[in-house]
Design a protein around this ligand. Structure first.
Ligand code: UDP
Length: 266
């Protein structure tokens, strides 16, 4: 039997969600997340078949950097809290949820989810649009996803930029491509704010920020070894591979301290 959050009050009820520094995190597994995404796309198809508007739903994958950004930027906090699904992407968020007595079942990364989502889309005939990353990378990521998920229909790929001046043209491209799911790789918080800003006019059922997923899928960036991922040390590997991230990563100890002091509150 597939689990569906659609049967619960939306956004996810406080009973099923954790709250960390004012940000809601849904306490679901990756499988439940995929089931929910699946049923949201199916719902959108049904609505469109009845001639009704099918609003785009946003998915966010939250790590400690997101939580810190959400403390400084109220607009970003609102963006995260209005998302249809907000999941724990980061060992720190998993630990914080456990510390606050509202554990999440597992860590859910954008990169892993994208590969699994591609398999679902291939099985159901849903069309995927890949937006963002450096020129040529989304195309290469599309090819890799088609290897991982044979039969996957790529509605389109485009690099573009998150600059507001480009929005109109990008949305026209996506509309033309008749996509069901949009994956945006503009990094955080730009990609998530881009989606929220355009949510009402995005002609897709689902939109999700995926950070460096296209770079990881195509081997332009390397994921941490499985063992490090299991130990919750992916952030350390990333710092080793991309030392320029050190300033951004100061958010990690800051967020942990804030959780100890403030807990659920912003
Ligand atoms: N990116 C982009 N346009 C921008 C900024 C970033 O296409 O203006 C892309 C970049 O090429 C990379 C992704 O966004 O593919 C961000 O990856 P990163 O790993 O930095 O994501 P984050 O850690 O912010 O989630």
């Amino acid at each position: 039997m597939s689990f569906s959050l659609s049967s619960l009050a939306q956004p996810t009820s406080p009973l099923t969600a954790a709250r960390i520094l004012g940000v809601r995190i849904d306490r679901i597994t990756q499988q439940q997340m995929l089931d929910e995404m699946d049923s949201l796309i199916a719902q959108a198809h049904e609505q469109r078949a009845r001639g009704e508007q099918a609003p785009c739903q946003q998915i966010v994958t939250v790590n400690l950097e997101y939580l810190m950004a959400a403390q400084r930027n109220v607009g970003f906090r609102r963006c995260l809290n209005q998302a249809r699904l907000a999941v724990a992407d980061g060992a720190g968020v998993v630990l914080a949820a456990r510390y606050l007595g509202t554990p999440v079942p597992e860590r859910i990364t954008g990169t892993d989810t994208l590969a699994e989502l591609a398999k679902r889309c291939a099985a159901r005939g849903y069309r995927l649009y890949l937006l963002g990353a450096a020129p040529g990378v989304a195309e290469a990521a599309a090819q890799r996803l088609q290897q991982l998920a044979p039969g996957l229909q790529i509605a389109g790929t485009y690099s573009g930029s998150p600059a507001p001046a480009e929005e109109e043209a990008i949305i026209a491209r996506i509309a033309q491509a008749q996509a069901d799911v949009l994956c945006v790789a503009y990094g955080a918080p730009a990609q998530d704010l881009w989606i929220t800003r355009n949510l009402e006019r995005l002609p897709v059922a689902l939109a999700m920020g995926v950070g460096g997923a296209f770079d990881f899928l195509t081997g332009r960036q390397q994921r941490a070894p499985q063992q490090m991922q299991r130990m919750g040390l992916e952030w350390l590997y990333r710092l080793y591979r991309e030392p320029w991230r050190w300033r951004r990563m100061l958010a990690l100890p800051q967020a942990i301290l804030l959780v100890l002091v403030k807990g659920q509150k912003a």
